[in-house]
Design a protein around this ligand. Structure first.
Ligand SMILES: NC(=O)c1ccc[n+]([C@@H]2O[C@H](COP(=O)([O-])OP(=O)(O)OC[C@H]3O[C@@H](n4cnc5c(N)ncnc54)[C@H](OP(=O)(O)O)[C@@H]3O)[C@@H](O)[C@H]2O)c1
Length: 316
């Protein structure tokens, strides 16, 4: 089998985490590294990965994607920010797997942008997919798989509790750690604080179940200790014919007790499935992206979601 040539676009903790996994897998060859951060320019990717020189120098120019079969893209969370980046990569003729949260299921809130990317990707004969732990697995795909044994399904309730002390600094900033309550609310209003992707998970679940949503709500409030923000609790609900059928309850805070991923399936049968301790989001996101690359390579051209891929699995 020919090796899959990969360009890593975005060299923060997530991009480097994916590259580190791929480096250990003979099926992949890292052929390019893109980032805009001035301090990374011209450096060997191996140096950023704390390993031997790879002969791959960091550049701000996305055109290196012309050398790639697939680009792993890990820069920003909002589709409006990344759409121009994705379109340029598509024009380079490479498949794209991105950790952009809003790309995980953009067909509800960003339908026009999704259609544009889909059409351009189809024309270019490449696949664009948004993947990750959340959105993309813990609060949407995994709960969906758990509905397979149900004869009837009334409601899905998903709870994820994350201790961000063990997570990367950009995530701690996104959940508002260290802010005052006023700064937290101002950050939420400006779109700088808060988890991006919970409404996308609700939309993905509803689409997969064939439920037509009246509305998706998304509420965020601070977790406070001693007057300081230690994190957030965010709840998104999917309402179908006036009834709450989907509830996603996400708490991410420093030193949170009882971290867990818990899915309550209400139907016939009703049951609770739990991952004690919860999945480590950074580790899982990098692994999911690396494991899914062979599946994305085989997927039909266009904008695809995790729902369009065969079941994700370890592929090392
Ligand atoms: N779906 C999921 O489950 C999931 C899970 C984890 C992370 N994510 C998302 O994945 C993304 C990456 O995470 P991270 O923690 O590694 O983020 P990060 O620390 O912000 O790193 C992103 C890197 O990309 C660079 N960058 C930003 N805009 C760029 C552009 N237009 N072109 C080239 N490089 C650019 C940044 O440079 P500067 O620092 O100079 O801006 C930085 O080096 C984030 O959006 C994060 O929210 C999603």
């Amino acid at each position: 089998m020919r090796t899959i040539r990969v360009v890593q676009y975005g060299l923060g903790p997530i991009g480097l985490g994916v590259a580190r996994i791929l480096l250990d897998r003979p099926a992949f060859q890292l052929v390019g590294a893109v980032d805009v951060a001035p301090e990374k320019q011209g450096r060997d990717l191996g140096e950023l990965l704390d390993t031997h020189p790879l002969g791959v120098l960091v550049t701000p120019d996305p055109q290196v994607a012309r050398e790639a079969d697939v680009v792993v893209h890990a820069t920003q969370s909002r589709l409006a920010q990344v759409e121009p980046q994705l379109l340029e990569l598509v024009a380079c003729g490479a498949d794209v797997v991105s950790t952009c949260e809003e790309l995980s299921y953009p067909w509800f809130h960003h339908a026009r942008s999704a259609r544009r990317i889909h059409e351009v990707a189809q024309e270019a004969g490449v696949t664009v997919t948004g993947l990750g732990i959340n959105p993309g697995f813990a609060m949407d795909l995994l709960p969906l798989l758990l509905t397979a044994p149900c004869r009837h399904l009334r409601r899905l309730v998903v709870e994820r509790r994350v201790d961000v002390r063990t997570r990367r600094p950009p995530l701690q900033q996104k959940v508002g750690v260290g802010l005052t309550e006023e700064e937290f609310h101002a950050g939420v209003a400006a779109g700088l604080v808060g988890h991006v992707g919970l409404p996308e998970s609700v939309a993905m679940i509803a689409a997969a179940l064939g439920w037509t949503l009246d509305a998706i709500t998304d509420e965020v409030r601070p977790v406070l200790r001693g007057g300081r923000v230690e994190g957030l609790r965010q709840e998104a609900r999917g309402v179908v014919e006036g009834e709450e059928r989907i509830r996603l309850d996400l708490t991410m805070a420093v030193d949170l007790e009882d971290p867990v991923d818990r899915v309550r399936v209400e139907g016939d049968p009703s049951f609770v499935a739990e991952i004690p301790g919860g999945l480590h989001g950074d580790v899982a996101t990098c692994a999911i992206v690396a494991n899914a690359l062979p599946l994305v390579r085989e997927a039909p051209p266009g904008l695809r979601t995790v729902l369009d891929l065969p079941p994700l699995r370890y592929s090392g």
